[in-house]
Write a protein that binds this ligand. Sequence first.
Ligand code: MN
Length: 203
Amino acid sequence: MYTLPDLDYDYSALAPHIAPEIMELHHSKHHQAYVTGANTALEKLAEARTSGNFAVVAKLEKDLAFNLGGHINHSIFWKNMSPFGGGEPTGVLADALGEAFTGFAAFQKHFNEVAMTIQGSGWSILAWDTLGGRLAIYQLYDQQANLPAAQIPLLQLDMWEHAFYLQYRNVKADYVAAWWNVVNWEDVAARYDRARTQTAGLL
Ligand code: MN
């Protein structure tokens, strides 16, 4: 069974960039719903195997992918942020981003463009492609679509309206700009290090 992880900081810690009201609803209601949804889907799949009613499997597999996707995405998103975040990465990660995306400024513009152009709900993601051994940016739809398998997320930006609408209304660009002020580059760098060193040869 999956459980809702605690945050490393208070709901008010990312203000003024992300309002406490958003943080509380986002974590205690939205993220909790994905955790509950994933567990429910797993329970019902087990019931289907026991009862032999495999007709429900297709629908439950979609529920599982959506809700477990939501649980994973938010679990990483909370760690990707810190009240002591912002600025630019340093060291190995900075060099890698610069090399992969033609400099940090171009990386940020690319990532922002992906975030700003999502149709409907989704995420902008910086990931490590374990097959190619390279950094990549993806536009993730909903909680689970449009992402190849075997990508290890390093940095994720939630572009669902629940992530910003109470504070930024329809002005997505202001939300995205403010979010960079709380990015926890230490966490991203640690994920980058683990992704590279622990997936080599995996595929
Ligand atoms: Mn969300």
